[in-house]
Design a binder for this molecule. Structure first.
Ligand SMILES: Cc1cc2nc3c(=O)[nH]c(=O)nc-3n(C[C@H](O)[C@H](O)[C@H](O)COP(=O)(O)OP(=O)(O)OC[C@H]3O[C@@H](n4cnc5c(N)ncnc54)[C@H](O)[C@@H]3O)c2cc1C
Length: 262
């Protein structure tokens, strides 16, 4: 894990709100695992000063490239869109824990909302490489934000889409969809990212069905190195006790049943 400057192969707008960046990462692509993230310097200026964290979206081990899918949210991501192909991106990582997939699993359920879809796409890629099938529920504001659908389908995932604009993304609707999926498929594990409400739902459903589950948390980060404690969250470590952990260092991936979702 170190800060390196990687050549940007492309950095393009792929929908109204999302951009896609591909960097040349010789020697690095093989070290990265789904769920991990990089802390990226968005501009050569010092404003904004702090790097911004982004999950790995796709890992291409053959070409040794890494891909990021990012939502333009504030100043940092706005400045990131100005990085041109041929320039260098200053990236620090890979950071944090990764998802774990058991070889004996046959099918997994992915539940993602918004930018969480980027994080779970890398997991769908890893699952497909291990011969594990994916069923994915993707939730977003609009169809225009669901551009990773084809990426997931490319990895063989069966994808269900729900959106705010179509009025299909309410928790009750997603719950019914999960029930249908669980009645049709033997799901060995479940994974989520991007929404506290949907994570709570998955926490309840997987507890009821005794399905192991993991979450990638996206908290605001300062240093992303475990020093500043800006990104802490609580994990249950007993019946009535909790333990405070850093999302950047002990996470971002945690067993879903242990995370205290507030
Ligand atoms: C481990 C991790 C992985 C991530 N992966 C991705 C990814 O793959 N793609 C992607 O688009 N985004 C991802 N994010 C979120 C991304 O880091 C933020 O959107 C980005 O830092 C915003 O920077 P900004 O300067 O554009 O916006 P800012 O000006 O910093 O913030 C704009 C608004 O967004 C809010 N905000 C900023 N960061 C977060 C956050 N982490 N959670 C909730 N609200 C926030 C701020 O409060 C503010 O209201 C990830 C975050 C984490 C912690």
């Amino acid at each position: 894990m170190k800060a390196v400057k990687l050549k940007v192969l492309s950095n393009e707008q792929v929908s109204r709100r999302y951009w896609h960046m591909v960097v040349d990462a010789p020697g690095l692509a093989k070290q990265v695992k789904a769920g991990q993230f990089f802390n990226i310097r968005c501009t050569e200026d010092y404003y904004p000063f702090l790097r911004r964290p982004f999950s790995i979206y796709r890992i291409n081990q053959e070409n040794e490239t890494l891909e990021f899918l990012y939502l333009v949210k504030g100043l940092g991501t706005k400045r990131m869109t100005e990085i041109q192909a041929g320039q260098e991106a200053d990236v620090f990582g890979p950071l944090g824990t990764s998802f774990s997939l058991k070889e004996e699993w046959g099918k997994i359920l992915l539940l993602a909302r918004g930018v969480g879809i980027a994080t779970l796409a890398a997991l769908a890629q890893e699952a497909s490489e291990k011969g594990i099938q994916c069923v994915a529920i993707l939730s977003a504001r609009s169809q225009n934000d669901l551009l990773a659908t084809e990426t997931l389908q490319g990895f063989g995932a069966e994808v269900y889409k729900v959106t705010d604009e179509e009025g299909t993304s309410q928790v009750g609707n997603v719950e019914a969809l999960i029930d249908t999926i669980l009645s049709r498929h033997k799901v060995d594990a479940a994974f989520t990212c991007g929404s506290k409400r949907l994570s709570k739902l998955l926490q309840d459903v997987t507890a009821k069905h005794q399905i192991p589950s993991q979450i990638a948390l996206e908290e605001h980060m300062g240093c992303a190195m475990g020093v500043c404690f800006a990104c802490v969250c609580d994990l249950k470590d007993g019946e009535n006790t909790t333990q405070t952990v850093r999302v950047c260092k002990e996470g971002p991936v945690f067993p879903l049943e242990r995370v205290v979702l507030t």
